[in-house]
Design a protein around this ligand. Structure first.
Ligand code: ATP
Ligand code: MG
Length: 455
């Protein structure tokens, strides 16, 4: 394996060497270089203390931000590159399985590497030349595609309950196998994993849904107990049989949909929606009189459950709102028989800004029926019709109506609930027939509704 050190890293290294300090490239960048992949997310480690690191970088004209000073880490901005520089550390006192209680600086690179999680992440390249320091045989494990804890797996997992999830995430991202002892230790550490903050867990889940094959990660989570611990709503989908086009139970179907949505062009919200779009199915499933499973209104129940689940996982409100909306709207079955009015109502229901995402979600959902690339002709046809209708320009929201609330007040319509109901009816009228969207016509219709309907 050829090791090439980026010229900027060599320059940074020279600053430290000139100050009689050691500096190494560590972490994901080394792992990825040894796998023949590029990774410019540089983590450096040094025997210089954070104050010394700061002085060295500043003297050379760079900037330093104390991003992780509690852990001995600063971010150095040097010649347009950002690198994390951490002083050699040992981590010994974990009283809560979440984070070490205090930093203890280490004297040697070997000691620093020994506190790292997996052998593939415990390799350092001594700068500026790039000599490999590999006390735990990480290079061999990378070649064999194995994820193995540094030292005793039970001990490593009891120190930090996030590590089991990191193992699963790396397996999903890299397509590596988790070594037997490491894998077996996960189940025994679940009570430690339960203490990890949701923010840290969520970061790993985000990485799994964006990995090459997310289902690999979720299946490992399921087999080790991590899925039940963090997302029991998904384990409840296991063995929930379906009928019709479906070949899989609800969990396998959801995982396939999630695999499909992991492709680059999909947004994080679509990925989450693909994973969770059917989580309401177990609670609404009923057998109909001819013995076929039904899942009436599961999209609404799934969306409501998504709200609770994503809140628990500390996703932002913007992400939660979008995912829940997509889940709530995922059940449309387009056929050629849809009238133009039906297409307009679809646009109004989904919202123009969410259309691309809902097509993506629908494709992922259909893929999940069989796990094979299906025929998307009907979605393509819907997209064409939607685009044609959008180009023609019409009203899809109350704001697009030719009358405003003020106009309606002027003809004596009361504000509040009455106004809301009438505006909604006007929009329905215009969605049915865009020709009606003139001020004169809408005022006439509004007046009539106001006089005939009791609110
Ligand atoms: P990624 O490509 O996701 O950034 P990474 O291996 O660089 O992968 P980081 O979270 O950036 O992961 O961490 C950098 C390094 O710090 C890791 O390679 C590992 O050596 C160490 N590390 C990170 N988190 C832990 C942890 N929870 N326990 C032990 N070591 C850790
Ligand atoms: Mg990294």
């Amino acid at each position: 394996m050829r090791i090439t050190i980026d010229p900027i890293l060599k320059e940074i290294a020279a600053l430290f060497i000139n100050n009689n300090k050691e500096i190494y490239l560590v972490g994901g960048a080394v792992r990825d270089m040894l796998r023949g992949k590029k990774n410019h997310d540089w983590d450096l480690t040094t025997n210089a203390l954070p104050d010394e690191v700061t002085a060295i970088i500043k003297k050379a004209g760079g900037k330093v931000i104390p991003t992780g000073i509690k852990h001995g880490t600063v971010t150095a901005l040097f010649k347009n590159h950002s690198t994390e520089i951490t002083t050699f550390r040992t981590e010994s006192d974990y009283s809560d399985g979440r984070r070490p209680d205090k930093i203890n600086y280490a004297a040697t690179i070997e000691e620093d590497l020994s506190r790292r999680d997996f052998t593939m992440n415990a390799i350092a390249l001594r700068l500026p030349k790039g000599e490999i320091v590999d006390p735990f045989k990480g290079v061999k494990d990378i070649k064999a595609k194995i994820i193995r804890c540094v030292g005793d797996a039970n001990e490593r997992f009891s120190e930090d309950g996030l590590r089991p999830l990191r193992a699963v995430r790396f397996a999903s991202q890299l397509g590596f196998k988790i070594e037997k002892n490491t894998l077996e230790a996960i189940n025994g550490a679940l009570s430690i994993s339960a203490k990890v903050s949701w923010e840290r867990v969520r970061e790993e889940i985000d990485k799994i849904i964006s990995s090459a094959v997310p289902s690999l990660g979720f299946r490992l989570m399921e087999n080790t107990g991590l899925l039940k611990l963090f997302i029991a709503e998904l384990t409840d989908c296991r063995n929930i049989e379906q009928k019709g086009f479906h070949q899989f139970d609800v969990l396998d179907h959801s995982l396939l949909a999630c695999d499909y949505a992991a492709a680059k062009e999909f947004s994080k919200e679509v990925r989450l929606a693909a994973l969770f779009h059917d989580i309401g199915k177990p609670s609404v499933r009923e057998l109909d009189p001819v013995g076929v499973w039904t899942f009436y209104r599961h999209e609404e129940v799934s969306a409501a459950m998504c709200h609770v689940l994503l809140n628990r996982m500390r996703y932002s409100n913007a992400v939660i709102d979008k995912v829940c909306h997509l889940v709530n709207q995922h059940m449309f079955l387009y056929t050629e028989n849809w009238s133009d009015a039906a297409v307009r109502r679809f646009i109004a229901r989904v919202g123009e800004t969410h259309l691309d995402d809902i097509y993506c979600l629908r494709r992922a959902d259909i893929y999940g029926f069989s796990g094979k690339e299906p025929d998307y002709r009907s979605i393509k046809q819907l997209v064409e019709r939607v685009n044609k209708i959008l180009t023609a320009g019409s009203a899809f929201t109350i704001k697009d109506l030719a009358v405003s609330g003020n106009d309606l007040m002027k003809i004596g319509i009361a504000g509040g609930k009455t106004m809301g109901v009438i505006l909604k009816k006007l929009l329905e009228t215009v969605l049915d027939d865009p020709e009606q969207n003139t001020k004169e016509r809408l005022l006439e219709i509004a007046d009539k509704i106001n006089k005939t309907v009791s609110f």
